[in-house]
Design a protein around this ligand. Structure first.
Ligand code: ADP
Length: 224
């Protein structure tokens, strides 16, 4: 379980709080989508959860000992760089000190990418690439999987496959937190949505989110 209690965070002493009295509980096995406009503090919240930043005030209780982070796809690797799927997995396996060489195939198999072990990362579709990075994250045997906009720049089919994978991982017990711009996917997949605006956070069910935040604005017309 992860608990954020009365979290305030400012990047420096002279700037206003980016996060302002945030309270959030993530239970084992939850799937939570963090949503909100650009600049609302989603990445900052993730940095706090990953202990890359410490709260200015407030407390974080974190029972998850092996978090894994899947960055946004275009951050992850320059697609022009000539490296294969197997090499990406191999390098990470070495960093994680994984001795069992069959682990690479095992995790690629889990995400349906075993056949692509010799493919160049730059030749994969967006969705395939993202699944490889999920496989890489799984090598750390995480108890918490955090993904930053997992479906950004991915076509509809790729998105379907990716979210099916995330749901499958979640149903097998993995706790999942995503930063989401894809509201349709957030509504379909998550147990809860955590809406950030003006430094404040609100945890709600997907249905409640649609009622409170979507129906009332024009973005919702395309969404509902
Ligand atoms: P989001 O992920 O929702 O787009 P961020 O957490 O990246 O939002 O940013 C929240 C606010 O914090 C923004 O006003 C942003 O400019 C500011 N911010 C983000 N990172 C830094 C930083 N390293 N130093 C100072 N301000 C930052």
């Amino acid at each position: 379980m992860l608990e954020l209690k009365h979290i305030y965070f400012a990047y420096d002493l002279t700037s206003p709080y980016v996060l302002n009295d945030i309270n959030l509980t993530v239970r084992d096995g939850d799937y939570i989508s963090v949503v909100g406009e650009n600049g609302s503090g989603k990445s900052t919240l993730i940095k706090l959860i990953l202990k890359l930043q410490t709260p200015t005030h407030g407390e974080i209780f974190n029972d998850f000992t092996r978090p894994a982070y899947v960055p946004q796809r275009f951050d992850a690797l320059n697609s022009q760089f000539p490296i294969t799927v197997g090499e990406v997995m191999n390098y990470y396996g070495k960093i994680m000190k994984i001795k069992d060489r069959s682990a690479i195939r095992h995790y690629l198999h889990l995400v349906g990418m075993e056949e692509s072990v010799h493919a160049l990362i730059g030749n994969l579709s967006g969705g395939q690439c993202q699944r490889v990075f999920v496989a890489r994250a799984l090598m750390a045997q995480p108890d918490l999987l955090i993904l930053d906009e997992p479906s950004a720049g991915i076509d509809v089919r790729g998105q379907r496959e990716l979210y099916a994978l995330l749901r499958q991982l979640n149903e097998s017990g993995m706790t999942v937190i995503t930063v989401e711009h894809n509201l349709r996917a957030a509504k379909r997949n998550s147990d809860y949505m955590f809406h950030l605006a003006s430094g404040k956070g609100h945890l709600c069910s997907p249905d409640e989110y649609v009622r409170e935040y979507i129906s009332a604005n024009t973005e919702g017309e395309a969404y509902v």
